[in-house]
Design a protein around this ligand. Sequence first.
Ligand code: ZN
Length: 243
Amino acid sequence: MHLERETWTDAEKSEAEVALLPVGSTEQHGPHAPLGTDTLDAEAVAEAGADRYDDPVVVAPAIPVGIAEEHRRFSGTLWTTESTFRAYVRDVVGSLASHGWDRVVVVNGHGGNIAALREVTARIVRHDDAYAVPFTWFDEVGEHSSEMGHAGPLETSLLRHSDPETVHEDRLEEAAEGGSDRWGDWQGRVNLAVDSDEFTDNGVVGDPRESSAELGEELLDRSAEALCDLLDAVRERDPGPRE
Ligand SMILES: [Zn+2]
């Protein structure tokens, strides 16, 4: 059940115990993929997980702006501070819980959101009337997780399968040429860079020419399956608070 397409009277009848909250970002994804890549990919994974899950699941509207200041030099990138982001996610989870959907999986599409989501979901579990846990789709695709990059083969593939009209396939060559093969500017194990334009000219990390709709289908399949397994486990958790 996608909340934004339902009436409140139908939402009231929902027997769902669990909810998915997609969280993305609006940030540069090279010359070939849209600013909303992370949001579109998170929504696709949440939708696929809810579709294949045996019991009803509420899918909340996606949160489209996250922690992305590192991409500020690239036009169109939007961001919020970590404290604003955490507070907003906490409020949205709290409102889902107030309707009885008090176990929430935050389906994340952006690496920059991970640390803040860990912190806020722990805070929710400890202190609020809900259980929440983050799920980052590209960490859940087996051996492919190591190919992540930025606007590279993974994200581009998922888009080419789920939202193909948003990808400029005629720019993949250009995207690869102006990109970098590694995230960051490293001295030993220390990343000296704070913004992505310090190590990639066009915003890309990785080679999006290695993307395909077939790989995207596989990534969606694997992440949706992992999400369903997680939903099974999350339903067994007690909603907080843990006092
Ligand atoms: Zn991304």
